[in-house]
Design a protein around this ligand. Sequence first.
Ligand SMILES: O=P(O)(O)O[C@H]1O[C@H](CO)[C@@H](O)[C@H]1O
Ligand SMILES: [Mn+2]
Ligand SMILES: [Mn+2]
Length: 406
Amino acid sequence: MERRAFILVMDSFGIGAAPDAARFGDEAADTLGHIAAACASGLADRPGLRAGPLRLPNLAQLGLGRAAELATGHIPAGLQIAHVSGAFGAAAEKSAGKDTPSGHWEMAGCPVPVDWGYFPQSVPAFPADFVAAFLKETGLPGILGNCHASGTEILDRLGEEHIRTGYPICYTSADSVFQVAAHEVHFGLERLLAICAVAKRLLEPWRIARVIARPFLGEARGTFIRTANRRDLTTPPPEDTLLDRLVAEGREVISVGKIADIFGGRGISRKVKAADNQALFDATLDCVATAPAGSLTFTNFVDFDTLFGHRRDVAGYAAALEAFDTRLPAFLAALRPGDLALISADHGCDPTAPGSDHTREFVPALFFGPAAPVGSLGRRDSFADLGQTLAAHLGLDRLAHGEACF
Ligand SMILES: O=P(O)(O)O[C@H]1O[C@H](CO)[C@@H](O)[C@H]1O
Ligand SMILES: [Mn+2]
Ligand SMILES: [Mn+2]
């Protein structure tokens, strides 16, 4: 039988504090649980967008509520269901960090045991040596920001000054990241990408996982909007992943959305870009129709994290979950015999938590489709169990990390 695999990563969709959450100050975090509770008590109503209890009938059917129960001990409001039709688990992360690359790499069989470098909360946040070298190599006269920030708030604060001075806006977060926001027209997109490449190289000694180019448009405070031309320059994974192993065997690995960026371009045979969750779902459906035997299609649904988790927008996050759920029946109907699909996440980003950073949480492990069993997979102590399961399904030799869930 022809076997194919599909991973749908709901970026930041945690389902309850991880066993080691206290180490991150995240012991109270629960992305799904807190959204469901807010919806149930009418706190996530927004006229024209959504209202009432969280409605995720298709995810519930796949075992989302039961997966959350494995993590927290209770099923979130609205997710009770009599019978599930897939295999569900709650997976904890072994990697030291709670960032996007660590989560995706571990899921693909490559945990990241050594922690990245992070910038301090102080202002300036960036080492003077680095800033001096960055200015020298790029010929820039200066930078703005040089602090921890939310990417949308800092545009409101410094966007006009950026346009006036031509200084790029440089900021960071709890992630191992150096982010550069610059105007797509006034500063120039190509120029932004070029200075980000310089920063990535100069930051190697500080073990910074990612440099992110954040192009934006707009002319005045309140009108600035980030464009879809975001680019992540990521350190490649330290060991081979499921993706590398597949490509080495001549299989097709299709990246939908920012997967290729997250893996530093490694282990990818084809890239499909799409602007938002709806377009990402459309592209994923195209892949279900066309992906060849033995392939992996890997999609990252970025909006949950970028537009709602980091923005601490509970109603927006709930609406995005409901929109995603609505599209699942079409995905399920298109699966063929021999297909195995996985819905999971890379970390949490509880929109009710303080600050604007990720939260250390269990993630859902929902396996479904014609080749999936039905029932509980229990708590998994590494996301690598998910990659090992897919490797076994696709007929690869065992990966170095993780235990197959079935
Ligand atoms: O606030 P914005 O720019 O969206 O940044 C967020 O996106 C980055 C990548 O996930 C993280 O560093 C996080 O802080
Ligand atoms: Mn992420
Ligand atoms: Mn994020």
